[in-house]
Ligand binder design. Structure first.
Ligand code: ARG
Length: 460
């Protein structure tokens, strides 16, 4: 293998398979733009502080700008000989401007350099994820506003519990994704901090201006401990953890989409665009995209567990283990962005079978609570009312007769307090509409929540 940038104190060179094992260029080339930007800020700081002569800096800046343009055009070629993105860029810069390129690394280390690149990378990706979440939230709220009065069974233990509005169901996910957005926004606070100038681990004797380079890079703050600056990956762990929670939400939603599009439920139907067929069974229309998003939660959780495990045994400060921080994070960014994109399209184009949902709420005894509440309102202790209705349900199941089909004469044998108006209360839609309690599924509550959500989305 060839001469290394750090080869001075070495007399032997490692074998190619060892170099290949240690190299990160195959994946950290994704940080090329950030690496060049970090170098530009660093070298401009070296000029401002007088650490390097202006004419040297100007040459380096021109060279880095050429590299930035070539990078944008996809023209940079990297090699494993140069191990990682930092040394590849420095070596390309040397090809571009000659030995003056060697002054760029004054008062800096790859340790603060890689941390800076990673912070910049995530700082650029988080807003893209927030944009996708905002799109999803917008679709959710649109769908919810079209379905305030769409009544469906509400479940606990996957057993029919009480009827709810489909809009209420959708707005539950709105709340989850809203919290996801808040978590990514908070994640930004720990990402938007510059480690540059921490150098290898201890800072530097050169009179650098860390706040200046941070400002050039658009960072809001700087790390205040050089050991922490080069070894902290909390911002990545927070990202992976936030992404895991988001994927868990998507996965639960997908689980319902998969079940609800089945023959047994038939509550929804996916558009052809977001379904696939079978190579053998001509009738098939499979919810592949929903299943795949549900499945992709696994790799994101894996990436979180991976980095947590990498981090747990690392003594301060930089250790090469930290090179393992990148692939899982890159993979998570891609997985989250594509999953959100596909999910939003799938949700926007699926159709709801309102009749089937309504039908599922009519003979399922999910109005039993209504009858118990009715009796409680007439002064019967709720516990007693519960027992009375329980017996009626048992009898109704035997006779295949739902509560709303019991004649008034029979009701009055149970209690003369039961009047004609009981049938009004037993209607599933009425049961939903009347749940006026704050945050309940009542139509008025949903409309208020819709307004609140629309206002929130408008301020994004
Ligand atoms: N490729 C390395 C990484 O990703 C860059 C930092 C290397 N620093 C070092 N002292 N070996 O972590």
């Amino acid at each position: 293998s060839t001469k290394k940038l750090w080869g001075g104190r070495f007399t032997e060179t490692g074998a190619k398979y060892v170099d290949d094992f240690g190299a990160s260029i195959s994946f950290d080339q994704l940080l090329a733009a950030e690496d060049i930007a970090g170098s530009l800020a660093h070298v401009k700081m070296l000029k401002k502080t007088g650490i390097l002569p202006a004419e040297d800096v100007d040459k380096i800046v021109a060279g880095l700008e050429t590299l930035a343009a070539r990078q944008k055009a996809g023209e940079l070629e990297f090699s494993t000989v140069n191990e990682d993105i930092h040394m590849n860029i420095e070596s390309l810069l040397t090809e571009e401007i000659g030995p003056v390129a060697g002054k760029l690394h004054t008062a800096r280390s790859r340790n603060d350099q890689v941390a800076t690149d990673f912070h910049l990378y995530l700082k650029h990706q988080l807003p893209l994820i927030l944009d996708r979440l905002h799109e999803l939230e917008t679709v959710l709220v649109d769908k919810a506003s079209e379905n305030v009065e769409t009544v469906m069974p509400g479940y606990t233990h996957l057993q029919h519990a009480q009827p709810i509005s489909y809009a209420h169901y959708l707005l539950a996910y709105y709340q989850m994704f809203k919290r996801d957005m808040e978590r990514f926004e908070f994640n930004m606070q720990h990402t938007d901090i510059s480690p540059l100038g921490a150098a290898a681990l201890a800072g530097t004797t050169f009179p650098i201006d860390r706040e200046y380079s941070a400002k050039l890079l658009g960072f809001s703050d700087v790390y205040h401990n050089s050991l922490d600056a080069v070894s902290d990956r909390d911002f990545v762990l927070e990202f992976l953890s936030n992404a895991s929670i988001l994927m868990m939400h998507l996965s639960r939603f997908c689980e319902e989409i998969v079940s609800w599009s089945s023959y047994e439920f038939k509550y929804i139907s996916l558009s052809d665009q977001f379904s696939t067929g079978s190579s053998i069974m001509p009738q098939k229309k499979n919810p592949d995209m929903a299943e795949l998003i549900r499945g992709k939660s696994g790799r994101v959780y894996g990436n979180l567990m991976g980095l947590l495990t990498v981090m747990k045994g690392i003594p301060l400060a930089y250790n090469k283990d930290l090179q393992e921080d990148k692939e899982g994070a890159f993979d998570t960014v891609t997985t989250v962005l594509t999953s959100l994109h596909v999910f939003t399209g799938m949700l926007a184009t699926l159709t709801v079978n309102e009749d089937r949902m309504a039908e599922a709420t009519t003979n399922d005894f999910s109005n039993a609570t209504e009858l118990a509440d009715y009796l409680a309102n007439k002064g019967i202790p709720f516990r007693e009312a519960h027992a009375i209705v329980g017996k009626l349900v048992l009898d109704g199941l035997k006779k295949q007769r739902p509560l709303q089909d019991i004649p008034l004469s029979e009701y009055q044998q149970i209690s003369p307090l039961i009047q004609e108006d009981v049938y009004h209360d037993l209607d599933a839609k009425v049961a939903v509409q009347r749940r006026h309690s704050l945050g309940g599924t009542g139509f008025d509550q949903i409309k208020q929540e819709l307004q609140r959500a629309q206002a929130q989305l408008a301020t994004y």
